[in-house]
Design a protein around this ligand. Sequence first.
Ligand code: SF4
Ligand code: SF4
Length: 437
Amino acid sequence: MAKVYFMDDRSQSNQTSLVAKMLTLFDTAGFGNMIKPNDVVAVKLHMGEYNNTAYIRPVYVRALVDKIKSLGGEPMVVDTTTLPYFTYASRVTALDHLKTIARNGFTQSTVGCPIVIADGYIGTDDVRIDLPEGFILKEQYVGTGIALADSMILLSHFKGHPMGTYGGALKNMGVGCASKRGKLNLHLGGHPKYGLRTRPYVPERCKGKECPDWEICANICPEGAITMTENGIEWNSEGCIGCLACLPMLAMCGVAMPPDDYFDATAAAIADSALAAAKAIGEGKVGYINLALDIAPWCDCVSYSDRSIVPNLGIFASWDPVAIDSACLQKATEAGGMPGSVAMAKGVMDPGLPKFTACGSFMGISEEIQPNVGQKIGLGTRDFELIEVPPADDDTAFLFTTIPAGAKHKKAFAKKGDIYPPGGFKRADEVDLEDMR
Ligand code: SF4
Ligand code: SF4
């Protein structure tokens, strides 16, 4: 049985700030024990798509980076390039990715260490991992910058996800540590049964140049597998590598729908890919932290963030990625849905109902696939003990300074002299507040 350490999201003191809770869980889980002096420690997180607003705030990352430095480690914040995924993706190259995350608040100066796009400029700098134990993937490609790290803190935002149904540790590890070609692999590009190449294609539904979006479709495919002619769309399925860029457009108008079981098979492949990243870094070298906060129905990889489907659940830490995600899923199921959210629209407001199967996926794909596959392939266990951790006794580790305000600022106040104007402020002596209440 795996241990999952947990603290809720209530916060009313220095020791119970959510940043303090994350650090308390880091210590309780013993993540510091895997960090030796001068070890390169990756902090892996998703830093958000353009205009997404639910992603993990930079302050959590800075606090972890400072913690790793205090233990003698050499931290680096890492992520990887993405597939195009949709029409206007913003993290497909390292260049775009760095621009997007800087806009989201992540730079070397904010996080306190270099940020490395671990699979290189276009996403082909990777390490191949053999996966004979994989459920569907038998090999996978992990970003070099992640595979070569001495250890890793996987800092994951737990929320919904359109492909995996939910996104947590397994998705952050499986999709986020895979290089671009690793992502093509796990999204089953070119797969003979589940790949997009096999999707039902109904070109007669294309309105051709009468469609207001025809020029977008003419320019959507980076492989040149889609062309627009006088007669409408022409798709060369053999040339399709499954990059997903055209998926939403072609599905919306009914020209090409994903093949049967595409999302189920992708969710399974995410767990395989997570195992590849774990193998690349090494046993006992990854500590998992899930922030189950701002639990939007969809991922940080879309360029908007909907209302949370359940209230904040809290912060979780474990050495087991399957157990930590299982604990988060259980907490989400136990929670009531958020009024006015997708949970209400989908009829899953009652405690006891799975939330992500209804709210995260397109077609009711089971939220259990990722952890079930993770357990089957030996990545972890669904059998967990949830251990509620009390706040730290001492708050000094979480303070900006341990010098009280008076002692710290007395000299500056005295030097400026007129912080409180010598004659006092110009104000009414008394007002009628009753009318304002
Ligand atoms: S494939 Fe769909 S979106 Fe594209 S031009 Fe045809 S009808 Fe329009
Ligand atoms: S046809 Fe295939 S390769 Fe081209 S945009 Fe669509 S998914 Fe990508």
